[in-house]
Ligand binder design. Structure first.
Ligand SMILES: [Zn+2]
Length: 159
């Protein structure tokens, strides 16, 4: 990761809201043209003078505060499938993050025997992951809707 803030760079670090680019000080994700990107290195046009504002991105903020927007509970996982399913969940997290720096797997925990709980930064990730698991393992999927918060919770019980 290059240091963008040495004296040879054209950036100003702006405190005002009128920044061209937001840069997360925790993960280096950068926001421009209405989308988050993995790093400022991906910016197509950095030659121009840019106002950069240092922030904490929404995904880091969520992780810092111990929050999440999607939760998946997997139950009754056959012991010979445990590792495989954990890997599937982790790989899904890696792919999501690769496509969108704000789409992150926050935790994958074995909370009991045959039971895994995963939390993510975006509710739609949980829906996609549940769909995938349902398709691969032909398991029963229960959506748990909660009106009191915006969190998407899905429970999957293995046959
Ligand atoms: Zn961040």
């Amino acid at each position: 990761m290059a240091n963008f803030f040495n004296k040879n760079t054209p950036f100003h670090i702006e405190k005002s809201a009128k920044a061209d680019i937001l840069l997360c000080k925790e993960c280096n994700a950068a926001y421009w043209y209405k989308a988050w990107h993995h790093s400022l290195d991906d910016h197509p046009n950095l030659e121009e003078d840019r106002n950069v504002k240092m922030v904490i991105c929404p995904a880091c903020k969520m992780q810092d505060e111990g929050k999440y927007l999607g939760e998946l509970i997997l139950e009754n996982i056959p012991s010979d499938r445990n590792e495989e399913i954990k890997n599937l969940v982790a790989n899904f997290g890696d792919i999501s993050f690769k496509n969108d720096p704000m789409a992150r797997m926050i935790t994958i925990d074995e909370i009991a025997r045959g039971m895994i709980r995963a939390t993510v930064t975006q509710g739609q990730m949980i829906s996609q992951l549940a769909k995938k698991i349902k398709k691969v393992y032909k398991s029963k999927v229960n959506f748990i809707h909660s009106k009191r918060d915006a969190i998407i919770r899905i429970r999957i019980v293995f046959p």
